[in-house]
Design a protein around this ligand. Structure first.
Ligand code: ATP
Ligand code: MG
Length: 419
C-alpha cells in the first residue's frame, strides 16, 4: 500500500464506520448527517441507489428493494446458509433454526455457483445483483464520506472482517472493494483492529489482551500479544450462531406471541410488518440496556392493529435464553484456551457488548478485568485506520494474524455451525 491518504473501514453488518490518521492522530470521519457511523442499509429507487440512515428509516415502505445484512451472505453458498439458517415465521411460530437474515433480504435466485443473485427494479429495468455489488455500494459510500472529509481521493484502505470469515468471504469483500474503486486494500480481523486501537491508547512494550467483538451479525474473539511492536494473534474464534440480529429475532418471537395472546389473531407475515417489527425490536433492546422495563409501541403491526405492550429486561433474558446459552458456552471454552493465562485484560467492542446480560456473562465467565475504554462503535475503524497509515509508511509494524478458526458452539443438544 502506498500513497499518503488511507482509511480504515469497519464494514459491519449493522453499521459502517470510517476513520483516518491525520496529523498523527486517528479521527473518525462523520457522514453528511454528522453521524460517525452509517447504517449498513442499501436501497434502490427508480433512478438511484441510496445508502444509510435514510434507507433504514424508510425500509418498511419498500422492503423488496432494501438490503440490510448483506454481509451475512457475501461469499457464501446459499444452499449452505439455507440449510444452516433457514427459518421463518409461520403463523404464531418462529422456528428456531432461526428466521434469519435471508427472510429480510429482497427476493433472490441461487446461481449455479450457489451464491445469491438479488432481483431489483432499477431505472425501469429488472437487474440481478450479487452481494459483492451491493456491498460495493456501501464501501463506495464510505469512501465518499472519507473523501468529502479529507478533501482528496482515497484509494488505500484497510477493511475489517470478522475472524470467522472464510477465504471465499474475504475474497468477495476484496472484490466489493475493487468494484467500489479502492485500489490497495488489506483485510484485517476486527479483533486485531480493536487491539491496535487499544494499544494506541494504552501503549505498553509487552502486553497480552483478549478482544471480544460482539456485533450485529457475528461474535469474534481473539487473544493477542504485542512484543516489541509486533502484534501477534495467538488464537481467534468466532461465528454467526450468536449475534445482535439473532437476539432481535428471539425478541420478535416473544412479541409475536404477546400480540397473538392480546388480540387473538395470527401475525401476518408481510415483508413490511417484518421490517417494522425488527426495527421496533432494536429500539426495545436499546432501551432495555438502560431500563429494566419499556413500553413498546408498533404502528400497524398486523391486521392494521397498533400494538402496545410492556416488555421487561427479564422477559428479554427469557426470550433470548438460547442466545445467552450459546454465548456462555463459547466463553467457557475460551477461558480454557492455552493462552488464556497470559491475558491481562479483556477489551470489549461491538454494540452487543452493551447488553447488560452479555456484559455480566462475560465478566462472570472470563473473570478478568473488563476494559471499556474504547468506543464500542468506532474502535474497530480506528484500529484499521492506524494499520492503514502504518502500511503507507516505509516500516510498518509486523502484524501476524492467524487463519480464521471456526468452532461449533453448543446450545442445549443442538449444534450451530458458525460458518
Ligand atoms: N445500546 C445497545 N444495547 C443493545 N444492543 C446494542 C446497543 N447498541 C448497539 N447494539 C446492537 O449491537 C449490534 C451492532 O453492533 P456493531 O455496530 O458492533 O455491529 P456491526 O459491526 O455492524 O456488525 P458485525 O461486526 O457483526 O458485522 C446491533 O445488533 C445493535 O442492535
Ligand atoms: Mg463489527
Amino acid at each position: 500500500m502506498s500513497g499518503a491518504v488511507s482509511i480504515g473501514l469497519d464494514l459491519g453488518a449493522g453499521k459502517c464506520c470510517v476513520a483516518s490518521v491525520r496529523a498523527g492522530a486517528v479521527t473518525v470521519l462523520p457522514n453528511a448527517h454528522g453521524d460517525k457511523t452509517t447504517p449498513s442499509f442499501v436501497a434502490f429507487t427508480d433512478s438511484r441507489s441510496l445508502v444509510g440512515s435514510d434507507v433504514r428509516d424508510q425500509a418498511a415502505l419498500s422492503p423488496e428493494n432494501t438490503f440490510y445484512g448483506v454481509k451475512t451472505v457475501i461469499g457464501r453458498s446459499c444452499k449452505k446458509i439455507q440449510k444452516n439458517e433457514l427459518a421463518y415465521i409461520t403463523g404464531n411460530e418462529v422456528r428456531t433454526g432461526e428466521i434469519f437474515m435471508m427472510n429480510l433480504l429482497p427476493e433472490f435466485l441461487i446461481t449455479e455457483k450457489g451464491s445469491a443473485a438479488f432481483k431489483i427494479e432499477y431505472r425501469n429495468k429488472e437487474l440481478m445483483l450479487h452481494a459483492e455489488e451491493i456491498t460495493a455500494l456501501l464501501i463506495a459510500k464510505m469512501k465518499s464520506v472519507a473523501e468529502d472529509d479529507i478533501g482528496s481521493p482515497v484509494t488505500n484502505a484497510v477493511i475489517t472482517v470478522p475472524v470467522n470469515f472464510s477465504n471465499a468471504q474475504r475474497q468477495a469483500t476484496l472484490d466489493a472493494a475493487r468494484i467500489a474503486g479502492l485500489k490497495n486494500v488489506t483485510l484485517i480481523n476486527s479483533t486485531t483492529a480493536a487491539a491496535i486501537a487499544y494499544w494506541d491508547q494504552h501503549p505498553r512494550e509487552k502486553d497480552c489482551v483478549a478482544v471480544v467483538d460482539f456485533g450485529a451479525s457475528s461474535l469474534s474473539f481473539a487473544i493477542l500479544s504485542i512484543d516489541n511492536g509486533t502484534v501477534k494473534v495467538l488464537e481467534a474464534y468466532g461465528g454467526l450462531a450468536v449475534s445482535g440480529n439473532r437476539i432481535d429475532f428471539c425478541m420478535m418471537r416473544a412479541i409475536v406471541t404477546k400480540f397473538q395472546e392480546k388480540h387473538g389473531k395470527s401475525f401476518e407475515e408481510s415483508p413490511g410488518a417484518l421490517v417494522r417489527l425488527r426495527t421496533a425490536m432494536e429500539k426495545l433492546k436499546f432501551n432495555l440496556t438502560l431500563l429494566t422495563s419499556y413500553v413498546l409501541q408498533v404502528d400497524s403491526l398486523s391486521h392494521g392493529i397498533d400494538f402496545t405492550t410492556t416488555f421487561s429486561r427479564q422477559e428479554m433474558e427469557e426470550s433470548c435464553q438460547s442466545q445467552f446459552e450459546i454465548l456462555g458456552n463459547a466463553l467457557r471454552r475460551w477461558a480454557k484456551l492455552k493462552n488464556w493465562v497470559k491475558v491481562r485484560t479483556i477489551v470489549l467492542v461491538g454494540g452487543s457488548t452493551r447488553i447488560p446480560t452479555v456484559e455480566s456473562l462475560i465478566a462472570k465467565t472470563l473473570r478478568k478485568p473488563l476494559d471499556h475504554s474504547l468506543n464500542k462503535d468506532e474502535a474497530v475503524a480506528c484500529g484499521a485506520a492506524l494499520r492503514a497509515a502504518e502500511l503507507c509508511c516505509s516500516t510498518p509494524r509486523e502484524v501476524q494474524e492467524v487463519l480464521s478458526r471456526r468452532v461449533w458452539f453448543e446450545a442445549d443438544a443442538e449444534n450451530f455451525d458458525l460458518a
